[in-house]
Design a binder for this molecule. Structure first.
Ligand SMILES: Nc1nc2c(ncn2[C@@H]2O[C@H](COP(=O)(O)OP(=O)(O)OP(=O)(O)O)[C@@H](O)[C@H]2O)c(=O)[nH]1
Ligand SMILES: [Mg+2]
Length: 474
């Protein structure tokens, strides 16, 4: 464990990376950061007006037009944007070269900078430095990653709020209050001979209960926060031939899964993302549920059940024309009992070829006590209604999000749960009038867990896990 302390700031060795995606584009950015990068860059950069040492002599935030040379070979015409420590993303000296956006040019520019003394940056190393140098806290560093990878408007919005520091502010305030109680208790320990209480036990109990409730609210918010940032895990399940793959294709708007009138067509599950009204749904088409003696199909069905167990939303697809309606209603009831936490919509498919579809849908809804919607996955009937119902299930999330801070990452959730446990223990110890030392220990533990989130207390392993998910150049 070490404390992240910006006063220990030391500029790192020079690193370089391409910051823009691979491929052809009008422009691309290659960035360098670390000790002496202005001087290193001056070795290969010549300003258009002939000025030498232009970058080392430049003020921060100044753009210089010039050329990069490998010996006498012109590499590219570029704009070099100079940043001076600590006023840069990493808080170190930096230069961002905007060059032309062809893969070969970009590679040549990068190679030139590596040859002049930089080493290739590791994934997320720029952001890691920004964190280690105290420019941003760990939550904000993670938010940058989330923002880059956001695939829906909701995920982007959550990341933006975290980047702005909404959750950090909440946690820092919480930490301050914890720290205060801890400090008073520890002071008592220092004066243990004299048996003084710097804080009455009633007051302490009130504090601990308040803190525990506040942490518990954040822990609970993960239920919704996770859906916003990761997307809603939506599993399409049902009997073979119900039309599950047809529905997947219709929702996606292209032929992703194989459809055939042979029951048992889909063997392994298929996952695709689908965005509706700002929210991302992670759709999974599964193998049809039935008893099967065939080895591969049985494995597929086992996986279908596994996916159903992880689902936030179950779309149970039913061929409404089936001649075993009673039996299937029984299946639906038992599936709902097995997955009480998942929201469930019964999707009655193939209404295009069933005359008494409405009566049958009513019967299903009544007997299963679930919402049922009639569609034709093949002809597109009812699809818009289905999407709206899917959206409505999570629709209130956005409003919830505007109203309060949400926890969206598993790492934060786990740390908060540990903090809540420690606070719970502390409360019980106070109630049983146990030693101050034990109470102080639990409060310290809670404090450490909250500190883990913002990065006040971190270890190498946590950092490696977080930053290895970034791309090189960020
Ligand atoms: N008339 C009609 N036929 C449909 C509809 N949806 C699907 N089908 C047909 O039903 C058959 C089975 O469709 P699939 O989408 O492959 O069914 P599935 O549920 O994925 O089947 P498995 O992968 O075997 O579990 C195909 O012949 C589809 O064309 C519909 O809304 N109306
Ligand atoms: Mg299928």
């Amino acid at each position: 464990m070490f404390l992240n302390d910006p006063t220990l700031f030391l500029p790192g060795e020079p690193i370089a990376a391409v910051a823009t995606p691979v491929g052809v584009g009008a422009l691309a950015v290659v960035r360098i950061s670390g000790e002496g990068v202005h001087r290193l860059a001056d070795r290969v950069f010549r300003k258009a007006n002939g000025e030498v040492q232009a970058l080392a002599g430049s003020v921060g935030y100044m753009a210089h037009f010039g050329r990069l040379y490998a010996g006498e070979q012109l590499v590219d015409e570029v704009i070099a944007l100079v940043f001076r420590a600590p006023h840069s993303f990493t808080a170190e000296d930096m230069v961002e070269f905007t060059c032309h956006g062809g893969p070969v040019v970009v590679q040549q520019v990068l190679q030139l900078l590596l040859d002049s003394g930089c080493r290739l940056a590791e994934p997320g190393e720029f952001t890691r430095r920004a964190f280690l140098n105290g420019r941003i806290d760990l939550l904000q560093a993670e938010a940058i990653g989330e923002m880059i990878h956001a695939r829906s408007e909701s995920a982007w919005r959550t990341a933006a709020s975290q980047m702005k520091g909404d959750l950090s502010d909440r946690l820092n305030a919480l930490r301050e209050r914890l720290l205060h109680s801890c400090a008073l208790l520890e002071l008592e320990l220092d004066f243990s001979e004299e048996e003084v209480e710097f804080q009455s036990r009633d007051e302490l109990t009130r504090q601990v209960v308040d803190l525990r409730d506040e942490v518990a609210r954040l822990v609970e918010s993960y239920q919704h926060g996770r859906l916003l940032s990761e997307g809603v895990s939506t599993v399409i399940a049902g009997r073979p031939n119900a039309g599950k793959s047809t529905l997947l294709n219709t929702l996606l708007g292209h032929e992703r899964a194989i459809v055939s009138n042979m029951p048992g067509t889909t063997r392994d599950y298929i996952e695709e993302c689908f965005i509706y009204d700002k929210t991302m749904f992670r759709l999974t088409d599964t193998a049809g549920l039935r008893e099967s003696g065939e080895e591969i199909e049985s494995e597929g069905i086992r996986r279908s059940r596994m996916k159903m167990a992880e689902a936030d939303l179950l779309l149970y697809l039913l061929d409404i024309g089936t001649d075993r309606l009673e039996e299937e209603i029984g299946d639906i009831i038992s599936i709902r009992q097995q997955h009480p936490d998942a929201r469930c919509i019964i999707v009655a498919n193939k209404v295009d070829r069933v005359a008494d579809a409405l009566t049958r849908i009513d019967k299903v809804a009544r007997e299963t006590c679930a919402e049922a919607i009639g569609i034709s996955a093949l002809e597109g009937m009812g699809i818009e209604t289905l999407k709206q119902r899917m959206g409505a299930l999570v629709g209130d999330l956005d409003k919830l999000h505007e109203a309060s801070v949400l926890v969206t990452s598993l790492r934060h959730y786990e740390a908060l749960r540990n903090a809540a446990d420690a606070l719970q223990n502390a409360g019980e110890l106070i109630g049983r009038q146990r030693d101050t030392e034990l109470i102080a220990f639990e409060l310290r533990t809670a404090l450490d867990h909250v500190g883990e989130i913002t990065g006040k207390v971190v270890n190498e392993e946590i950092l490696n896990t977080i930053f290895s998910r970034f791309c090189i150049g960020k």
